[in-house]
Design a protein around this ligand. Sequence first.
Ligand code: BGC
Length: 248
Amino acid sequence: MTAVFGVDIGGSGIKGAPVDLARGALAEERHKVLTPQPSAPEAVVAAVREVVRHFDHRGPVGLTFPGVVVGGRTRTAANVDKGWIGLDAEGLFREVLDLPATVLNDADAAGLAEMAHGAGRGRRGVVLVLTFGTGIGSALFTDGVLVPNTELGHLELRGKDAERRAASAAKERHGLTWEQWAGRVDEYLDLVEMLFSPQLIVIGGGVSRKHEKFLPLLKDREAQVVPAELRNDAGIVGAAMAAARAAD
Ligand code: BGC
């Protein structure tokens, strides 16, 4: 089978690697470059090309984007340059990389990977994968099927965008202790639980690496709350999965 490549475009870094789809793992060590600042489309696309060219890859490429993506077009850009709004990102990547390209939301990509190879493996019913980082990303699944672009990080919490209060960047910004931040995460989880009644909530994003610091501080709730298993690689793996599906 043709190799499939995954690229995770984040607020601070752009990382990519060829993916072993059967194992749901990176086939080679990933290559990372810093996300250009400002993160305007042309600069990011050039950085992505550098990441892909680092490998001798000639197959489909899947790419994550930290905003809403519908039909390859990026529609929102909460934490990246506003030049992405309304752009045919998929078309742009195809042209510049000269390879088949598929673009999807970053949390959706992480969710696909967790459902296939990580903490959501084999789980039916309603599963919510949440990523805590610069923002809060969400991926909603029902019986393993993704409802894309749910954007639950922008629910309103105490009169504010929820991600401004409860993303892990809010912990850094306000110098919160783990206990204080866990309190905010609990409030946020109360809200999503009230709205969606998920049976399982998977907590991902960079901070999930330190899950033992805050998951035990969260209160008991109806939904089972577990850490993501693929951690840093979830976006790359999920992006490659989406590209493979599109190439089928
Ligand atoms: C964006 C989402 C994204 C999340 C995590 C939010 O601000 O609106 O699309 O998934 O951040 O990057």
